[in-house]
Design a protein around this ligand. Sequence first.
Ligand SMILES: [Zn+2]
Length: 401
Amino acid sequence: MKYSKLFLSGLVILAIAGVFVFWSGIKKSVNKTKSEEEIIQEKLAQRTPKQPLKIGFLTDVHAYGKEVAGQWQINWRSREAIERFIQKMNNEFKPDLVIENGDLVDGKDKNSKEDWLIIDKMLQTLKTPYYHVIGNHEMRSFDKATWLQLTGYDKPYYYRDIKGYRIIVLDGNHFPGGKDTGPEKEYYPGVLGNEQWQWLESVLKDAALNDKDPIVFIHQPPISTDAKPNWALFPEGEKLHQLFNKYKVRAVFSGHIERLCDIKDGATEYFVLQGMWKANAGLKKEYRFKDAGNFYYITITPDKVEVKGEYRIFHDKNQSSKKQRQERVKKWETLVLNPQEYNCQDGQRLDPKKRGLSIKEETGDSRAVVSGNSKGTNNKTAVNEREERENNDQEKNKETK
Ligand SMILES: [Zn+2]
């Protein structure tokens, strides 16, 4: 009897101890979930200042080729701009990496793969690692599998850690369900798809826990501009902003539309940069012409993200002699983006005089007209544009003979 009483009290003590252990276990697991969020926030608040990072950037080259004396060549306007870009990067800027932000080839012809390979071969002469981003023109030129084969990447989205920064490259070429877009249409809004969303969140969380400053590159801009509203460019843009803000992404770089934008939203600065084939960066539309050769020098320091652009000034056909025109097309200008001037709300119709340029208006010259924006100022088709560029090429060839 005595023993069984003792046994019973032992059981009671054991039960109480068991409940205590169980309860503290629950408490611990609740604390653990809480503390992961807390740890992320603490880690983000304690990010260490990184060494400056220099990135060479080109986007929307839209190169196309033709056969010259039995050899396939890309158009001179792309070729000369890329040659200058490579020379500037190798000899002057000396970046830590180079990003080619998509639409490297114009597409719509059977030789897009050859065009792509010609430029990639040129980029191989860079003295720094370079990375490709997939654009919508790649998807209308060849499929994603071919692009992966050309680049040697496993997936069209990936990241690289460089000097304390996490360089994240995204692929916006999906239908809402996550299926890859195809060549049926010219244009689709940017969509990441579920698989990539999950991947992006885990990569950003990991960056926060490991003191890496994220920098994102995506072809389609995830912001609203006066060129196109957010829903037409990137329907999940707002959701993306929240994610980027939460993990303190430093900067996001895009191309794709004919705009220069520098917009701060929360912790993140969004840049949209005009493509190599597009018009003179930042000028009023009547001063623009196609294929200005725009490319960019990006420097990221703990305090700011500086983006400097370089572009060729236009070929002033009506106002100058052939010789002057040849010289002029070789003249390059620079600009520095800032959120005051390049807020993307007024189409960057900057007065060139403000920027110290004296350019006469090229009236009646279709090259000064901008096309492809949502305002319907010009309804030329891509084919017309290409023919126009081919004509310009022929004109240039004649001039240089
Ligand atoms: Zn594009």
